[in-house]
Ligand binder design. Structure first.
Ligand code: URA
Length: 210
């Protein structure tokens, strides 16, 4: 079975914003702004093919044809770095449903273990966007997607700012049906599971910790 597409969004605003995110001198307030804005641009790409239903609209001058989104949108950040992408996308999709998935890495098996998930009840009917800035080893994204599918999600896309070949391979090995939308594919993963060159620890930089 061939895998769903991996779309690298080619847009000057993404390229410029990602460079600011990558720079080690970028302060947390600026990092926050650009992570949020990058997520909005990724969301614009991911939503390009969302179905609409026709409606009639009365302008102050005449009636005309309009559109509404046919399916609800559900945004699911993987805690904690995914929250930065959520903050951005909510600015242009304020009525989206929100789910949360919390995962930690087991110290012995190095595998992600779920400690929290709470998802909206309409997830089966929704366009679901799973959010995590980094697709590194791919283990968290795989586990989170399995949780979404187990709770009925059928239309899922994974959005990240930076992916890498091992993460994409791992993710599409487990979930070949789920498209990936990213701003960049970096060449490597180091022995600590960080993407190189990447942008460092996205959660620490967003929240000013670490
Ligand atoms: N998580 C991050 O925040 N950065 C990486 O490079 C990999 C995983």
């Amino acid at each position: 079975m061939s895998s769903a597409p991996v779309t690298v969004v080619d847009h000057p605003l993404i390229a410029a914003g990602l460079s600011i995110l990558r720079a080690k001198t970028t302060a947390p307030d600026v990092f926050r702004r650009h992570l949020q804005e990058g997520a909005i641009l990724l969301f614009a790409e991911a939503s390009k093919k969302f179905q609409t239903a026709p409606i009639a609209v009365e302008t102050p001058l005449a009636s005309c044809a309009g559109a509404v989104l046919a399916k609800p949108i559900v945004l699911v950040p993987i805690l904690r770095a995914g929250l930065g992408m959520l903050d951005g996308i909510l600015r242009i999709a304020p009525d989206a449903g929100i789910g949360h998935i919390g995962l930690y890495r087991d110290a012995e098996t190095l595998r992600p273990v779920s400690y929290f998930d709470r998802l909206p009840v309409n997830i089966a009917a929704a366009e679901v966007l799973l959010l995590d800035p980094m697709l590194a080893t791919g283990h968290s994204a795989c586990e989170a997607t399995s949780i979404l599918k187990a709770q009925g999600a059928r239309h899922i896309q994974f959005l990240c700012l930076v992916a890498c070949p091992p993460g994409i391979k791992q993710f599409h090995g487990a979930h070949p049906d789920v498209p990936i939308v990213t701003a960049a594919i970096d060449p490597e993963l180091n022995t600590k599971g960080y993407i190189v060159p990447g942008l460092g620890d996205a959660g620490d930089r967003y929240f000013g910790t670490g």
